[in-house]
Ligand binder design. Sequence first.
Ligand code: HEC
Length: 480
Amino acid sequence: MRSRAAPPTARQRLVAFLEERTSFSVIFRALFMHQVPGFVNPLDYLGEATAFVFINQAVTGILLAMFYNASTTPVGHATAAYQSIQTIMTQVPLGWVLRGLHYWGANAMVVLVFAHMLRVFYVGAYKKPRELTWMFGVMLLGVVILFAFTGYLLPWDQQAYWATMVGTDMPSYVPFIGNWLLELARGGAWLSGATLTRFYAIHMLVLPLLLVGLLSVHLALVFRHGQSIAVEAEERGRRDERYRRTLVDFWPNTIAQMSVVVLVVALGLLLLTLLFKAPLLAPADPLNRAHYQPIPAWYFYSIYYVLDAVGRLFPMQAPILSPLVVIGLPLVGGIALLAMPWIDRSPSPEPAARPLFISGALVGVAALLVFTYLGNGLATGGVSNTVVARPSFAADIQPILSAKCYICHSGSSPSGGLDLTSYASAAKLHIWVPGNPQQSLLYEKITGAVPPRMPLGGPYLPPGAIQTIANWIKEGAPNN
Ligand code: HEC
């Protein structure tokens, strides 16, 4: 006599319950249980890496929001916003790691979305039928930049304040409605608590909703067309036995490959966080314009540089050219990107079959990198970041001091009584011990070993300039 089947276990009952109501196994099979071509370039997983960093941003962002106070109410010499970031950095357990992950994640996000886009461009993956996937991706790039831009202001330190002053100046270049747009962005003519409230709301409510919405469509389309790759692969595999043997299972093999790329990105993020503390400069000082050179965030360096160059080369035409640079360039670039699937009409996605587009993109990326680098030079006040081994006072040290220190340390009553405009006047306060940088107040001040760090309020000297000054003291601080 046959024994009766054992009654279903609790787990089986749960699975059956869910299956009946959600058909999750059908969905799982549709998404994951298929075969894909075996060899995949790790660069094809940059999208997954970006998605991972987005999750990192969401989690760390929510945790940071539990401690952050988006208020410009004065607290001591700073504001409540600044103080709350300082509390996160110094008192909240592992708060500095939390903020580091969010800070480096934000930078990684801009880089990864851009790299992901370049990869997709290179392999021509925006071609039919993926035009919409691409367009939603381009919109996501815009959202990521807005995320970075609005987040930049929140610490309300000098860098945040003045970078956002530069950034919110951009809309004012729009013809006719420029000033209206500028006041809309700032919540007034000037950067104030109203701006902070506005940026916080956009950063915490508008952009997350926008991003999740756009990302859902983007991912749905990615899955939809991933499906068509699988179908094609299966069909070709049926005809071609050798090809069929090169196919791999999406689950778990491809997922495992993706996980490796994601793990590398996660480790990189953690390493950056632990090695380079997220900066917090002096509290924002809206009245201190003369004492702080406003610099934009790094992803605006290229525009900043071109704008500066146009102003220097064509001062007379600047009123017409500047709006073209600040508004026209990003606008044309954005529209060209959106329309790329229709601009590049070559039938083959192969890079070799699209020499014009590949070389055009190369020139564009090269220009972007070079202008970003040059813009960084402008941002650090024209101070070189190259290390001079045996510096001369006149040729190497004085230019740094004049660019970064004279605004406070010169004139009839220099700050701290320290006049840095000549060797003799600087030497009077014994701010260096020849041969010994570590014992020299000058070195201690520019590294922050003795607070407050100089230049007061930041931006601080680039590492190369600090090393050059150290080398000069090591050489005996000669007056040469
Ligand atoms: C925004 C204004 C400002 C800038 C820019 C600035 N400093 Fe200062 N610095 C001060 C003030 C104010 C003091 C005095 C108060 C203090 O030490 O906290 C000071 C003090 C110092 C002292 C200590 C003097 C002493 O005898 O105690 C040194 C050294 C110094 N600065 C070096 C520099 C150098 C080098 C630079 C440029 C790389 C620079 N500072 C840029 C405002 C500035």
